[in-house]
Ligand binder design. Sequence first.
Ligand SMILES: [Zn+2]
Length: 289
Amino acid sequence: MSDSKIVNGLSVDVEDWFQVGAFETTIARHDWDGLELRVGDNVARILDLFDRSGVKATFFTLGWVAERNKAAMRAIVERGHELASHGYDHTRVFTFSPAEFAEDLAKARAILEDAGGQAITGYRAPSFSIDARNPWAHEVLAEQGYTYSSSVAPVVHDHYGWREAPRFAFNPVVDSELVEIPVTTAILRGKRLAAGGGGFFRVLPYGFSRWAIGQVNREGRPAVFYFHPWEIDPDQPRVAGAPLRSRLRHYTNLAKMADKLSVLLGDFAWDRMDALAEREKPFSLEWAA
Ligand SMILES: [Zn+2]
């Protein structure tokens, strides 16, 4: 294992194949109930993969998914992982008013706590949708007693990003313990690159991710990595009407993903996000927008 002293954060954003941001203009929310549910089986495969690698992780899960996959939610908790919130139905946070966001958080939390039987203390915004448009979102999370959030991508990307935000743990709300742990960026020629997973991990050669996570660990800090259950499912239905760019990004290298993940899990040290948040507290910057 390289850089074995630094323990990184491992996370899964639990949503089904038809709930991704890239398809939201193609598949309407009111059509979701007619579609094949595959996320439960994919979570089961991920749990086996994590057991084989001996790692624990955080599953940021949609309330909509938890309502329909209670056995998978119980399995996540029983096998030693953290169940956390990804909101109810993947609505991006900057489209909510503060009151609507509070309502979405409360709804998802009630479902997740019922399904998993444990308190929910962590949150990840759908599509990293806390940025310069809605810094109030962290105040809402603090009011609801969340201990940490991992909802900021401190980078510019075509779908998301908060360029000015710190790259590592920060306290976004004055007089609150809430820690924001941004998804990982690496520095190349002075520029921040998104390097925390998702399409980047799946589409680019593994060497890019190994370099990026290694660089962050050599800075003395933990990386935060994420992927989705649909990314290990090469047999998922194909969405015909979606834009070509979305389809290319979504369907590339699905069959290679599980093996690639196994290598990543063996090359670095990993833990749940709540454990990472606890370790990062003393190093958190005060940074309120
Ligand atoms: Zn998501």
